[in-house]
Design a binder for this molecule. Structure first.
Ligand SMILES: *Cc1c(COP(=O)(O)O)cnc(C)c1O
Length: 397
Protein backbone atom coordinates (compact mmCIF):
# COMPACT_ATOMS: atom_id res chain seq x y z
CA UNK A 1 0.00 0.00 0.00
CA UNK A 2 1.40 3.37 -0.92
CA UNK A 3 1.96 5.99 1.73
CA UNK A 4 -0.90 8.07 0.33
CA UNK A 5 -3.31 5.16 0.62
CA UNK A 6 -2.06 4.27 4.07
CA UNK A 7 -2.84 7.81 5.17
CA UNK A 8 -6.54 7.16 4.63
CA UNK A 9 -6.94 3.42 5.24
CA UNK A 10 -7.03 3.20 9.00
CA UNK A 11 -5.58 0.00 10.48
CA UNK A 12 -7.63 -1.85 13.05
CA UNK A 13 -5.97 -2.35 16.42
CA UNK A 14 -7.37 -4.81 18.95
CA UNK A 15 -9.91 -3.32 21.36
CA UNK A 16 -10.43 -6.55 23.31
CA UNK A 17 -9.31 -6.13 26.92
CA UNK A 18 -9.59 -2.36 26.76
CA UNK A 19 -12.51 -1.73 29.05
CA UNK A 20 -12.44 1.88 30.20
CA UNK A 21 -15.17 3.18 32.49
CA UNK A 22 -15.87 6.17 30.28
CA UNK A 23 -17.79 5.99 27.01
CA UNK A 24 -15.76 6.13 23.80
CA UNK A 25 -16.51 8.87 21.30
CA UNK A 26 -17.62 7.16 18.09
CA UNK A 27 -17.80 9.72 15.31
CA UNK A 28 -19.08 8.82 11.90
CA UNK A 29 -21.17 9.90 8.97
CA UNK A 30 -20.38 6.92 6.75
CA UNK A 31 -20.85 3.40 8.06
CA UNK A 32 -18.80 0.86 6.07
CA UNK A 33 -20.61 -2.27 4.89
CA UNK A 34 -19.03 -5.68 4.40
CA UNK A 35 -20.39 -6.22 0.92
CA UNK A 36 -22.95 -4.97 -1.59
CA UNK A 37 -25.67 -7.22 -0.19
CA UNK A 38 -25.18 -5.78 3.33
CA UNK A 39 -25.41 -2.25 1.91
CA UNK A 40 -28.58 -3.09 -0.02
CA UNK A 41 -30.12 -4.53 3.16
CA UNK A 42 -29.10 -1.62 5.40
CA UNK A 43 -32.74 -0.59 5.82
CA UNK A 44 -33.43 -3.93 7.53
CA UNK A 45 -30.97 -3.26 10.34
CA UNK A 46 -33.76 -2.03 12.56
CA UNK A 47 -33.82 0.50 15.35
CA UNK A 48 -30.69 -0.68 17.13
CA UNK A 49 -28.61 -1.15 13.97
CA UNK A 50 -26.29 1.41 12.39
CA UNK A 51 -26.83 2.56 8.83
CA UNK A 52 -25.87 6.23 8.73
CA UNK A 53 -24.19 8.56 11.21
CA UNK A 54 -27.13 10.96 11.45
CA UNK A 55 -29.27 8.22 12.97
CA UNK A 56 -26.91 7.50 15.84
CA UNK A 57 -23.49 6.17 16.82
CA UNK A 58 -22.65 3.94 19.82
CA UNK A 59 -21.91 7.10 21.84
CA UNK A 60 -25.28 8.76 21.25
CA UNK A 61 -27.08 5.43 21.66
CA UNK A 62 -25.42 4.96 25.05
CA UNK A 63 -26.79 8.28 26.26
CA UNK A 64 -30.22 7.52 24.80
CA UNK A 65 -30.28 4.16 26.56
CA UNK A 66 -29.31 5.71 29.90
CA UNK A 67 -32.16 8.21 29.54
CA UNK A 68 -34.67 5.55 28.49
CA UNK A 69 -33.93 3.51 31.61
CA UNK A 70 -34.08 6.47 34.00
CA UNK A 71 -37.28 7.86 32.47
CA UNK A 72 -38.91 4.43 32.51
CA UNK A 73 -39.69 4.76 28.80
CA UNK A 74 -39.51 2.71 25.64
CA UNK A 75 -37.01 4.73 23.60
CA UNK A 76 -35.20 8.10 23.69
CA UNK A 77 -33.87 10.44 21.00
CA UNK A 78 -31.17 13.09 21.20
CA UNK A 79 -31.51 16.44 19.46
CA UNK A 80 -29.21 19.47 19.48
CA UNK A 81 -30.98 21.50 22.21
CA UNK A 82 -33.71 21.37 24.80
CA UNK A 83 -35.92 23.59 22.70
CA UNK A 84 -35.39 21.28 19.70
CA UNK A 85 -36.55 18.41 21.94
CA UNK A 86 -39.76 20.26 22.78
CA UNK A 87 -40.37 21.15 19.14
CA UNK A 88 -39.67 17.64 17.91
CA UNK A 89 -41.94 16.16 20.56
CA UNK A 90 -44.84 18.17 19.09
CA UNK A 91 -44.31 18.30 15.32
CA UNK A 92 -44.68 14.59 14.49
CA UNK A 93 -48.20 14.64 15.92
CA UNK A 94 -49.60 17.89 14.47
CA UNK A 95 -51.24 18.68 11.14
CA UNK A 96 -53.24 21.61 9.81
CA UNK A 97 -56.56 21.87 11.63
CA UNK A 98 -55.24 20.34 14.86
CA UNK A 99 -55.34 22.01 18.26
CA UNK A 100 -52.74 21.97 21.06
CA UNK A 101 -53.08 23.05 24.67
CA UNK A 102 -50.04 24.41 26.48
CA UNK A 103 -49.73 25.18 30.17
CA UNK A 104 -49.63 28.95 30.62
CA UNK A 105 -46.26 28.64 32.40
CA UNK A 106 -44.29 26.73 29.75
CA UNK A 107 -40.75 27.66 28.73
CA UNK A 108 -41.37 30.95 26.86
CA UNK A 109 -39.91 29.81 23.49
CA UNK A 110 -42.75 27.24 23.39
CA UNK A 111 -45.29 30.07 23.43
CA UNK A 112 -43.30 31.69 20.64
CA UNK A 113 -43.30 28.40 18.68
CA UNK A 114 -47.06 28.05 19.15
CA UNK A 115 -47.74 31.61 18.06
CA UNK A 116 -45.54 31.50 14.97
CA UNK A 117 -44.49 28.15 13.50
CA UNK A 118 -47.63 26.29 14.61
CA UNK A 119 -49.86 29.09 13.32
CA UNK A 120 -48.12 28.93 9.95
CA UNK A 121 -48.81 25.16 9.89
CA UNK A 122 -52.50 25.81 10.52
CA UNK A 123 -52.35 24.44 14.07
CA UNK A 124 -54.31 26.35 16.71
CA UNK A 125 -52.70 26.69 20.13
CA UNK A 126 -54.43 27.67 23.35
CA UNK A 127 -53.09 28.06 26.88
CA UNK A 128 -54.54 26.83 30.18
CA UNK A 129 -54.07 27.55 33.86
CA UNK A 130 -51.61 24.85 35.03
CA UNK A 131 -53.19 24.68 38.50
CA UNK A 132 -56.84 24.52 37.38
CA UNK A 133 -58.01 21.18 36.00
CA UNK A 134 -61.46 22.61 35.19
CA UNK A 135 -59.83 25.26 33.04
CA UNK A 136 -57.98 22.53 31.14
CA UNK A 137 -61.18 20.46 30.77
CA UNK A 138 -63.10 23.44 29.42
CA UNK A 139 -60.48 24.13 26.75
CA UNK A 140 -60.20 20.57 25.37
CA UNK A 141 -61.58 20.31 21.81
CA UNK A 142 -62.25 17.29 19.58
CA UNK A 143 -59.20 18.47 17.55
CA UNK A 144 -56.87 18.64 20.59
CA UNK A 145 -53.91 16.37 19.77
CA UNK A 146 -51.43 17.27 22.53
CA UNK A 147 -51.50 18.74 26.00
CA UNK A 148 -48.08 20.20 26.78
CA UNK A 149 -46.93 20.74 30.37
CA UNK A 150 -43.98 21.79 32.42
CA UNK A 151 -43.91 21.17 36.18
CA UNK A 152 -42.83 23.23 37.98
CA UNK A 153 -43.67 26.03 35.54
CA UNK A 154 -40.85 28.06 34.00
CA UNK A 155 -39.79 30.84 36.40
CA UNK A 156 -43.01 30.86 38.45
CA UNK A 157 -42.77 27.22 39.61
CA UNK A 158 -46.41 26.08 39.68
CA UNK A 159 -46.69 22.33 40.30
CA UNK A 160 -49.12 20.45 38.07
CA UNK A 161 -51.18 17.37 38.91
CA UNK A 162 -49.67 15.28 36.11
CA UNK A 163 -51.74 12.09 36.66
CA UNK A 164 -54.97 14.13 36.61
CA UNK A 165 -53.85 16.08 33.53
CA UNK A 166 -52.99 12.75 31.85
CA UNK A 167 -56.54 11.49 32.51
CA UNK A 168 -58.07 14.62 30.98
CA UNK A 169 -55.75 14.56 27.95
CA UNK A 170 -56.28 10.85 27.29
CA UNK A 171 -60.01 11.14 27.90
CA UNK A 172 -60.10 13.65 25.04
CA UNK A 173 -57.91 11.51 22.78
CA UNK A 174 -54.83 13.73 23.18
CA UNK A 175 -51.24 12.90 24.06
CA UNK A 176 -49.59 14.35 27.15
CA UNK A 177 -46.07 15.80 26.85
CA UNK A 178 -44.01 17.08 29.79
CA UNK A 179 -40.86 19.22 29.76
CA UNK A 180 -39.01 17.74 32.76
CA UNK A 181 -35.89 19.92 32.74
CA UNK A 182 -36.20 21.32 36.30
CA UNK A 183 -36.63 17.95 38.00
CA UNK A 184 -34.46 15.83 35.67
CA UNK A 185 -35.25 12.10 35.27
CA UNK A 186 -33.90 11.58 38.80
CA UNK A 187 -36.57 13.63 40.57
CA UNK A 188 -39.69 13.23 38.43
CA UNK A 189 -40.68 10.44 36.07
CA UNK A 190 -43.56 11.81 34.01
CA UNK A 191 -43.87 8.65 31.87
CA UNK A 192 -44.70 6.62 34.97
CA UNK A 193 -47.26 9.27 36.00
CA UNK A 194 -49.19 8.99 32.74
CA UNK A 195 -47.32 11.18 30.24
CA UNK A 196 -46.67 9.88 26.73
CA UNK A 197 -43.68 12.08 25.91
CA UNK A 198 -41.05 13.63 28.16
CA UNK A 199 -38.33 16.06 27.17
CA UNK A 200 -35.18 17.15 28.97
CA UNK A 201 -32.92 20.12 28.25
CA UNK A 202 -29.76 18.10 28.92
CA UNK A 203 -28.07 21.49 28.54
CA UNK A 204 -29.06 22.20 32.14
CA UNK A 205 -28.54 19.81 35.09
CA UNK A 206 -27.85 16.57 33.25
CA UNK A 207 -24.74 17.83 31.42
CA UNK A 208 -24.20 20.17 34.32
CA UNK A 209 -21.19 22.24 33.25
CA UNK A 210 -22.65 24.99 31.04
CA UNK A 211 -20.55 23.90 28.06
CA UNK A 212 -22.92 21.91 25.85
CA UNK A 213 -26.41 22.19 24.35
CA UNK A 214 -28.51 19.07 23.95
CA UNK A 215 -32.04 17.84 24.43
CA UNK A 216 -33.80 14.49 24.67
CA UNK A 217 -37.26 13.12 23.95
CA UNK A 218 -38.29 9.89 25.66
CA UNK A 219 -41.51 8.11 24.80
CA UNK A 220 -43.87 5.60 26.36
CA UNK A 221 -44.40 3.30 23.35
CA UNK A 222 -42.75 1.93 20.23
CA UNK A 223 -45.50 3.47 18.14
CA UNK A 224 -44.69 6.98 19.39
CA UNK A 225 -40.97 6.27 18.95
CA UNK A 226 -41.48 5.39 15.29
CA UNK A 227 -43.30 8.68 14.66
CA UNK A 228 -40.57 10.76 16.29
CA UNK A 229 -37.74 8.84 14.65
CA UNK A 230 -39.29 9.35 11.20
CA UNK A 231 -39.84 13.09 11.62
CA UNK A 232 -36.46 13.94 13.10
CA UNK A 233 -34.76 11.80 10.43
CA UNK A 234 -36.63 13.55 7.61
CA UNK A 235 -35.76 16.92 9.09
CA UNK A 236 -32.11 15.92 9.28
CA UNK A 237 -31.76 16.46 13.00
CA UNK A 238 -29.04 14.60 14.90
CA UNK A 239 -26.79 15.15 17.90
CA UNK A 240 -22.99 15.25 17.94
CA UNK A 241 -21.20 12.28 19.54
CA UNK A 242 -18.65 14.67 21.09
CA UNK A 243 -21.45 16.58 22.77
CA UNK A 244 -23.10 13.32 23.84
CA UNK A 245 -19.80 12.30 25.50
CA UNK A 246 -19.79 15.57 27.47
CA UNK A 247 -23.35 14.91 28.61
CA UNK A 248 -22.46 11.32 29.57
CA UNK A 249 -19.57 12.61 31.68
CA UNK A 250 -21.74 15.17 33.45
CA UNK A 251 -24.47 12.56 33.97
CA UNK A 252 -22.22 10.57 36.33
CA UNK A 253 -22.29 13.31 38.97
CA UNK A 254 -25.91 14.40 38.41
CA UNK A 255 -27.20 12.75 41.57
CA UNK A 256 -24.59 14.34 43.85
CA UNK A 257 -24.81 17.77 42.22
CA UNK A 258 -28.59 17.82 42.49
CA UNK A 259 -28.59 16.69 46.10
CA UNK A 260 -26.16 19.47 47.02
CA UNK A 261 -27.93 22.22 45.04
CA UNK A 262 -31.33 21.19 46.38
CA UNK A 263 -30.14 21.28 50.00
CA UNK A 264 -28.45 24.69 49.68
CA UNK A 265 -31.40 26.09 47.70
CA UNK A 266 -33.75 24.87 50.43
CA UNK A 267 -31.79 26.71 53.14
CA UNK A 268 -31.53 29.88 51.02
CA UNK A 269 -35.24 29.74 50.18
CA UNK A 270 -36.24 29.46 53.86
CA UNK A 271 -34.07 32.40 54.88
CA UNK A 272 -35.09 34.56 51.92
CA UNK A 273 -38.79 33.84 52.47
CA UNK A 274 -38.53 35.59 55.88
CA UNK A 275 -36.65 38.61 54.52
CA UNK A 276 -38.52 41.95 54.28
CA UNK A 277 -36.82 42.78 50.95
CA UNK A 278 -38.41 39.64 49.41
CA UNK A 279 -42.12 39.28 48.66
CA UNK A 280 -42.28 35.59 47.72
CA UNK A 281 -39.89 32.71 47.16
CA UNK A 282 -41.27 30.48 44.41
CA UNK A 283 -39.89 27.03 45.19
CA UNK A 284 -42.09 23.92 45.44
CA UNK A 285 -39.81 22.27 48.00
CA UNK A 286 -40.77 24.98 50.54
CA UNK A 287 -43.52 23.59 52.80
CA UNK A 288 -45.38 26.93 52.51
CA UNK A 289 -45.44 26.73 48.69
CA UNK A 290 -48.92 26.24 47.11
CA UNK A 291 -47.77 23.22 45.10
CA UNK A 292 -45.96 21.53 47.98
CA UNK A 293 -48.47 18.72 48.58
CA UNK A 294 -48.35 17.60 44.92
CA UNK A 295 -44.58 18.04 44.97
CA UNK A 296 -44.33 15.69 47.96
CA UNK A 297 -46.65 13.19 46.29
CA UNK A 298 -45.01 13.02 42.83
CA UNK A 299 -41.41 14.22 43.04
CA UNK A 300 -38.49 12.21 44.40
CA UNK A 301 -36.54 15.39 45.18
CA UNK A 302 -36.03 18.95 44.05
CA UNK A 303 -33.33 20.98 42.40
CA UNK A 304 -31.47 24.21 43.02
CA UNK A 305 -33.52 26.63 40.90
CA UNK A 306 -36.02 28.98 42.54
CA UNK A 307 -37.43 32.45 41.88
CA UNK A 308 -37.69 35.57 44.04
CA UNK A 309 -40.37 38.22 43.73
CA UNK A 310 -40.10 41.64 45.40
CA UNK A 311 -42.32 44.18 47.16
CA UNK A 312 -43.53 47.06 44.94
CA UNK A 313 -41.15 49.62 46.40
CA UNK A 314 -38.15 47.29 46.00
CA UNK A 315 -38.80 45.86 42.51
CA UNK A 316 -37.57 48.90 40.51
CA UNK A 317 -34.10 48.51 42.07
CA UNK A 318 -33.50 44.81 41.39
CA UNK A 319 -31.62 45.25 38.11
CA UNK A 320 -29.19 47.85 39.50
CA UNK A 321 -28.60 45.89 42.72
CA UNK A 322 -27.45 42.82 40.72
CA UNK A 323 -24.18 44.62 40.04
CA UNK A 324 -23.30 44.16 43.74
CA UNK A 325 -22.91 40.42 43.17
CA UNK A 326 -19.37 39.08 43.05
CA UNK A 327 -19.82 35.31 43.01
CA UNK A 328 -23.23 34.72 41.39
CA UNK A 329 -22.98 35.02 37.61
CA UNK A 330 -25.67 36.91 35.72
CA UNK A 331 -26.78 34.49 33.01
CA UNK A 332 -29.58 32.36 31.64
CA UNK A 333 -28.77 28.67 31.22
CA UNK A 334 -29.02 27.29 34.73
CA UNK A 335 -28.08 23.90 36.17
CA UNK A 336 -24.30 24.25 35.93
CA UNK A 337 -21.60 24.27 38.60
CA UNK A 338 -21.65 28.07 38.90
CA UNK A 339 -24.51 29.77 40.69
CA UNK A 340 -26.55 32.07 38.46
CA UNK A 341 -29.12 34.80 38.72
CA UNK A 342 -31.29 36.07 35.88
CA UNK A 343 -33.87 38.86 36.10
CA UNK A 344 -37.04 37.56 34.41
CA UNK A 345 -40.26 39.30 33.46
CA UNK A 346 -43.40 37.19 33.52
CA UNK A 347 -46.59 39.07 32.56
CA UNK A 348 -45.97 39.12 28.78
CA UNK A 349 -45.75 35.31 28.87
CA UNK A 350 -49.15 34.75 30.50
CA UNK A 351 -52.54 34.64 28.79
CA UNK A 352 -54.66 32.12 30.74
CA UNK A 353 -53.56 33.35 34.18
CA UNK A 354 -52.81 36.73 35.67
CA UNK A 355 -49.41 37.63 37.12
CA UNK A 356 -49.97 39.75 40.24
CA UNK A 357 -46.48 40.33 41.68
CA UNK A 358 -44.30 43.16 40.29
CA UNK A 359 -43.13 42.13 36.83
CA UNK A 360 -39.47 41.74 37.64
CA UNK A 361 -38.47 38.48 39.27
CA UNK A 362 -35.08 36.98 39.95
CA UNK A 363 -34.44 33.39 38.98
CA UNK A 364 -31.67 31.86 41.08
CA UNK A 365 -29.73 28.68 40.27
CA UNK A 366 -27.59 27.31 43.09
CA UNK A 367 -24.34 25.73 41.93
CA UNK A 368 -21.46 24.11 43.76
CA UNK A 369 -19.60 27.03 45.38
CA UNK A 370 -19.04 27.22 49.13
CA UNK A 371 -22.43 27.80 50.72
CA UNK A 372 -21.31 30.52 53.15
CA UNK A 373 -19.54 32.54 50.46
CA UNK A 374 -22.60 32.25 48.28
CA UNK A 375 -24.86 33.44 51.09
CA UNK A 376 -22.53 36.40 51.74
CA UNK A 377 -22.92 37.29 48.06
CA UNK A 378 -26.72 37.04 48.26
CA UNK A 379 -26.59 39.38 51.25
CA UNK A 380 -24.51 41.87 49.26
CA UNK A 381 -27.32 41.93 46.69
CA UNK A 382 -30.00 42.35 49.35
CA UNK A 383 -28.06 45.13 51.07
CA UNK A 384 -27.66 46.95 47.74
CA UNK A 385 -31.40 46.50 47.22
CA UNK A 386 -32.15 47.91 50.68
CA UNK A 387 -29.80 50.87 50.19
CA UNK A 388 -31.23 51.78 46.82
CA UNK A 389 -34.83 51.44 47.99
CA UNK A 390 -34.06 53.69 50.97
CA UNK A 391 -32.21 56.28 48.91
CA UNK A 392 -35.00 56.34 46.40
CA UNK A 393 -37.61 56.98 49.09
CA UNK A 394 -35.53 59.77 50.57
CA UNK A 395 -35.30 61.50 47.15
CA UNK A 396 -39.04 61.03 46.61
CA UNK A 397 -40.10 62.78 49.80
C1 LIG B 1 -33.42 25.84 29.06
C2 LIG B 1 -34.71 25.13 28.92
C3 LIG B 1 -35.08 24.58 27.71
C4 LIG B 1 -34.26 24.73 26.46
O1 LIG B 1 -33.00 24.17 26.53
P1 LIG B 1 -31.89 24.62 25.45
O2 LIG B 1 -30.97 23.45 25.39
O3 LIG B 1 -31.27 25.85 26.02
O4 LIG B 1 -32.60 24.87 24.17
C5 LIG B 1 -36.28 23.90 27.64
N1 LIG B 1 -37.07 23.80 28.70
C6 LIG B 1 -36.74 24.31 29.89
C7 LIG B 1 -37.67 24.14 31.04
C8 LIG B 1 -35.56 25.02 30.04
O5 LIG B 1 -35.26 25.56 31.21
Amino acid sequence: MSDLTQCVVTPKVPTEGFDPLGVAIHRGSTIAFEDAAAYAARGDRGDSGYAYGLYGTPTTRTLEEKLTRLEGGCRSFLVPSGQAANTMALLPFLSAGDHVLLADTVYPPMRDLARNELVRMGVVADFFDPTDLDDLRSRMLPETKIVWCESPGSTTMEIMDIPAVADIAHGGGALLGVDNTWATPLNLKPLTLGADLVTEALTKYVSGHSDVLMGSISVRSAELAARIKATIGRMGIGASPDDAALVLRGFETLGLRLRHSEAVAGRFAERLARHPMIRRVLFPALPSSPGHALFKRDFLGGSGVFTLTFPDRVAPHVTAALDALKLFVIGASWGGTRSLVAPMTVAANRSATRWIDPDITLRVSIGLEDENELWDDMQRFIEALANQSRRRRWFDT
